[in-house]
Write a protein that binds this ligand. Sequence first.
Ligand code: NAG
Ligand code: NAG
Ligand code: NAG
Ligand code: NAG
Ligand code: NAG
Ligand code: NAG
Ligand code: NAG
Ligand code: CU
Length: 561
Amino acid sequence: MGAIGVALFLAVALAATSGGGDAVIVEHTFVVSQIKLRYLCNDTLVTLVNGQLPGPAIEVTEGDSLVVHVINKSPSGLTIHWHGVKQQLNCWADGAGMITQCPIQPNKNFTYRFNVRGQEGTLWWHAHVGCLRATIHGALLIRPRSGPNSYPFPRPHKEIPIVIGEWLGMDPIKLETRIQSSILSDEPLSATINGKLGDANNCSGVIEDNYILNVEQGKTYLLRIVNAALHSEYYVKIAGHTFTVVAADANYVKPYTTDIIAIAPGETLDALLVADASPGRYYIVANSKSMRVKTRGIVYYNPSKRSDDTQVMEPDMPGKDDAAASFYFHGNLTSLPHPLAQPVPANVDEQLFMAIDTTHMCREGGSVCGLVSRMNNISFQLPPRIPLLKAHYYHNVSSSVSTLQEFPSIIPPGLVYNDGQTSKATSVRRLRYNTTVEIVFQCPPVMYSYSNPMHLHGHDFFVLAQGHGKYDADKDMQTYNLVDPPVRNTILVPVVGWTVIRFIASNPGVWFLHCHYEKHASSGMAMAFMVENGPTLDSTLPPPPSDYPSCDDQNNGLEFE
Ligand SMILES: *[C@@H]1O[C@H](CO)[C@@H](O)[C@H](O)[C@H]1NC(C)=O
Ligand SMILES: *[C@@H]1O[C@H](CO)[C@@H](O)[C@H](O)[C@H]1NC(C)=O
Ligand SMILES: *[C@@H]1O[C@H](CO)[C@@H](O)[C@H](O)[C@H]1NC(C)=O
Ligand SMILES: *[C@@H]1O[C@H](CO)[C@@H](O)[C@H](O)[C@H]1NC(C)=O
Ligand SMILES: *[C@@H]1O[C@H](CO)[C@@H](O)[C@H](O)[C@H]1NC(C)=O
Ligand SMILES: *[C@@H]1O[C@H](CO)[C@@H](O)[C@H](O)[C@H]1NC(C)=O
Ligand SMILES: *[C@@H]1O[C@H](CO)[C@@H](O)[C@H](O)[C@H]1NC(C)=O
Ligand SMILES: [Cu+2]
């Protein structure tokens, strides 16, 4: 741990003292093991990194290199995905199970090595095998190289990670089996803020701990908010306060002041909180948009002088299934001009229409039922033996991935959703290097539809427009924001609606595109882009690292057929 401490100290010291400095190597060791946690009067065995929930927050300065040693002492195979990190020419370190690598098997190690370049703000890391990310996740904070005075907003007094999670009351490994065998009614027992359930939960008279945020009156705090939950979008409010959102998915946005934050699984937000209310106690509440679960913590003013008998102020929350606040929240974000920002590509090389849906289906006369999710009528299946990236690198995808299918570019209008047969396949789409891709995501334009947080690995994208109902090119193209669209890696496609994104496929490798609701992803709402090499050495994917996990000894961790 000594070396880790020194590396962290150096990174922080450089940022704080000089307005600038050299990139350093930030090193961490993640020991993954099963630990019993006691919540709601029950000891529950869960898989954790370094015994922590959430796992350790990683702090770097833009341009630093990260070295993370993962030592797997748990009984399941796993990978760690660095959610939102672009991994330019480094797809091998993306950590998507069976897409970029085989899981790190029990009693094996693997070291992730990557740079964090051209990105500032909040990202996160999580396991990317089955449901393990329910308890294996943490924040990744990226500060500007030229110091905290170069934030494009007033320098905050403190920076506070706020990780929203869900307490399932069981090991996520068990949950996975339950999803596969279509026990779909499982809801989390509670939501969590930084691992705390909060005082709205109790069992046998024992009240759960609150997450406590101590503030000094008049000071400004930068909340670095991550939705690490498996199942739901959350609304976040603090009684008596507003937020100023300044970044989303590690891209700056024009300051947007709001009393409510909407954050879907996979999304991250940076928001300023000014402690400008009268001294007292205020609940910070995170409510699921679609389920009954919630959690709350407390914002304490001047805690040294606090008297605990003051009433805690509560915010008014939107009702269950209120989708409007989320639609408007997402629609109100615009990008901020900044040296790290890229121009919006004006011309599109390839336009893809992606119909995303999920349905409960029974086979064999109703005896086998389960959730089936699809993109353009194909339910994604992970390759069973060889990770796609490895097959791609050695140019033998078609011979080594028997479940392969080309992802269809367009679905005939009117034929988007059906309750009949669905093919299961490893659907991939090849893209020539530097192709500008535009995607229209369409959720079912029918009642009982779901929103879907779609996440693309290895690239950020411009969010050009969103709308309700069925996408209509003639009409809806007029609404594209080509001036200051927000740049993200995850976007919530609204319920009964659509979203249009655009990106340049400038990173050779295999990049997963999937819904960040666990039930949707594990039942097939996914596909992968295979981005070819460019003409030069600096547009060519290098060979795999020497300790790239082997798949030969694979024995568990991946239940997908
Ligand atoms: C504790 O776990 C047991 C067994 O899983 C379950 O029956 C019980 O309802 C749980 N109690 C609480 C308070 O969650
Ligand atoms: C994994 O890391 C641990 C701790 O650093 C070390 O003792 C062990 O030898 C490593 N195992 C392998 C297979 O590299
Ligand atoms: C415990 O929870 C129940 C159900 O949510 C609630 O009615 C009760 O008031 C709570 N008790 C305490 C002491 O908070
Ligand atoms: C921004 O939010 C307001 C309500 O808070 C809403 O009326 C407006 O339509 C939103 N703008 C967009 C572009 O979604
Ligand atoms: C794929 O290519 C690699 C490297 O050339 C080779 O070792 C492997 O046997 C090939 N697999 C198949 C199924 O062709
Ligand atoms: C969806 O795929 C199934 C199985 O391949 C096929 O039978 C069906 O016609 C397809 N439906 C549409 C709308 O394309
Ligand atoms: C890729 O696109 C970038 C910017 O659009 C351009 O500078 C570069 O030359 C292109 N590379 C190739 C190989 O086309
Ligand atoms: Cu989904």
